[in-house]
Design a protein around this ligand. Structure first.
Ligand SMILES: [Zn+2]
Length: 176
């Protein structure tokens, strides 16, 4: 019994140590990502109505740049919003798995549950910030061809989604 407690304690300690190293690890920010202060980052992005070449091109750029920030062991979620690349358009990219990124056009949270304290980083500004995010969200969005989708997302991917939608509304994590 005693050794089991010791092992449990050790596992918790190792997990905490891994998380601290992960959280403190410096991230290289690709040059394409706009840095605060910048008026595009604090503006409300436009709804996409024409699903054309520009929509496609912006989503390709988002995927290219997000890939540069990704690495295999990245488990806490990753996202990028079009205004971070200088486009005031409601398009975001979310990491699904390594090398696979989901594009959402005009994403909108229609239901949310369980608000929890959370901590996040953003590629457009320095530091780790404390805020609150919903653990469970239901999102409606379109793909680059304008087809409608609805999806339920939980955990760190849900938090990333909320940060990206905030970007579309000109809100940054240091505004909380
Ligand atoms: Zn961000």
């Amino acid at each position: 019994m005693k050794s089991r407690k010791k092992i449990t304690g050790l596992i918790i300690l190792v997990t905490a140590a891994i998380y601290v190293v992960y959280a403190a690890w410096p991230r290289t920010v690709p040059a394409e990502i706009l840095q605060e202060p910048n008026t595009i980052l604090t503006s409300v992005s436009e709804e996409v109505t024409a699903f054309d070449e520009q929509t496609k091109q912006i989503s390709e750029e988002l995927k290219e740049v997000i890939k540069k920030t990704d690495f295999r062991g990245h488990i806490f979620g990753l996202g990028l919003a079009a205004p971070q690349l200088g486009y005031s358009q409601r398009i975001i990219a979310l990491k699904s798995s390594y090398g696979d990124y989901q594009i959402m056009v005009n994403p909108k949270i229609v239901e949310q549950k369980l608000q929890l304290p959370w901590t996040e980083k953003c590629f457009s500004l320095d530091g780790r910030h404390f805020l609150k995010r919903y653990f469970w969200v239901k999102v409606q969005y379109q793909d680059i061809e304008g087809n409608d989708f609805e999806e339920t997302i939980i955990g760190s991917k849900a938090a990333v989604l909320q940060q990206e939608i905030d970007h579309l509304n000109g809100v940054l994590i240091n505004d909380y």
